[in-house]
Design a protein. Sequence first.
Length: 263
Amino acid sequence: MMYPSPRQFLLTPPQSLDQAQTWGLPLAHMAYQLDETGQLCQAPLPPHGKGGLMLVGVPTSPAGQCDPRRAVRDILTVCQGRGFGGVILDLEQPPTRFLSQLICGLEEGLTQRKRALFLPESYGNYSDRASIYLTSAISGGSLRRRLEEAIDTYGPHRLVLCLRRARDDFFLPSVKGQGRPISQETLERLQRRLNPSVFFSPDLCAHYFTYMSRETGAHFILFDDGESLEKKRTLAQELGISRFFLLYPEIADFLPRLVRQEA
């Protein structure tokens, strides 16, 4: 079954800009951060770093005197000057009054300028217009069901799936379902040493294998490759989701497979 070409954005730090641009995808520039006082800081970004999206990191504990109006003004000014089509807020902390006001101000300002705001799913109830992004990496349950629940809440056209490369080591039994991230080198070393039987989980839409260690007991290794990320994207497209974030250069080795449909 054929689907419209996915709309994919490479989330890219400034030092990887030149390499990322060779793939011909719109970029989301990971060059901006609000400091503890709410002031917008920018990593060095060359003049040709224009267009695409603007990703803004937000401190875990902003100071009480932060002025959300200044933060909104500064972000909108940069967004306009660089020709960005929207702003991604990178939020991992619990909601605060500052963040609520920041989201409200950005939503109003970006809507007036016909630009988009992107929020993580945990902040979805703070806006009825912003696009909502969620991760493709899960360690339990069903990815299909996970996406269906998000679609029931927000509708497919508001959703963006972040194709995150899962690569985690779980100690068994895993009560909390949280693994320890491992490097690609560690994964490959384990596979060479153990030569394990690798399986594919249709529910998690990822590969896995298990092994025993005399020192640490049973392990469950969950990981993605180009095939599994492509299957996750296809699943999302089947459900009506057409926009995707890809973290660069983390998934650089998978891009030949993930970009070919856009050629």
